[in-house]
Design a protein around this ligand. Sequence first.
Ligand SMILES: C[S@@+](CC[C@H](N)C(=O)[O-])C[C@H]1O[C@@H](n2cnc3c(N)ncnc32)[C@H](O)[C@@H]1O
Length: 304
Amino acid sequence: MNSKIYFGDNLEVLNELPSESIDLIYIDPPFNTGKVQGRTQIKTIRSEEGDRNGFQGERYVTIKLGTKSYSDTFDDFLSFLEPRLKEAYRILSRNGSMYFHIDYREVHYCKILLDKIFSRESFLNEIIWAYDYGARSKKKWSTKHDNILLYVKNPDDYIFNFDEIERIPYMAPGLVGEKKAEKGKTLTDTWWHTIVPTNGKEKTGYPTQKPLGILRRIVKVSSNENSTILDFFAGSGTTGVAALENNRKFILVDKNPEALEVMAKRFDGVSNVDWINFDPSPYQSCISQEGSTPIQTTLFDKVE
Ligand SMILES: C[S@@+](CC[C@H](N)C(=O)[O-])C[C@H]1O[C@@H](n2cnc3c(N)ncnc32)[C@H](O)[C@@H]1O
């Protein structure tokens, strides 16, 4: 089977997928922030007439390349999610797992909904992804984490490749033996990980793009080679890139044409991908692939 990328509403696609066919689902739905999520992508070129200071004190002019955005407001967020999560449960293989990425605003309501669909026994972890970026609040503790809920179809038998867990340094290496200190310790349910670097080659310009490092961890531990991985709120296609890197197949779905454009560029040159309801060719072979150097861009957040 080829990997697949669908343009369309995910509920319609989910309805068509066979039961118990997917080992790993990762979803990162809109967080219901009540805003339009947007990123404006700019390019800077050195010029004496420039409007900003840059590298080595030179002046740079800013050229706006475009804005990508999607609406993140729902009248009834849980009613939107519920039929999609029920379908996700049906599609998940008998030893499959689902990672549900959300933030502090909705996580408690979603947990109750997921407990109802999967059962409380099927809940394994709440992973806290902690980062440190952006402005700080003066009125409350600054919120600098996301929540990732992990559910499995069968709590007695599920894919969990312990040996694939990334190792991190001991906080007090002097307290353990030299060998242990060198090996490091396994990650817990609290992950310190940077956001996608604003100037790095990983950045696609898609709003709320998640770091590949987070997806790599999930893919390696909760799926096997040749597993199929589903992300039905795919955005820029981060899950597909992590799957591809680790010899897994993927199915991605998004209903925003700008997400499909970004994915067309991100998967440019990748064979064995079927595009459904979307022609990627006008956007391909015009930008470098994952792993090579992209055009120089700087990005800033724009929340409307
Ligand atoms: C938070 S973003 C996902 C970002 C993604 N994880 C990444 O790394 O780029 C959520 C995505 O869900 C998509 N979306 C929202 N409702 C949808 C629906 N009913 N069907 C398909 N996609 C949907 C939005 O267009 C948006 O791209």
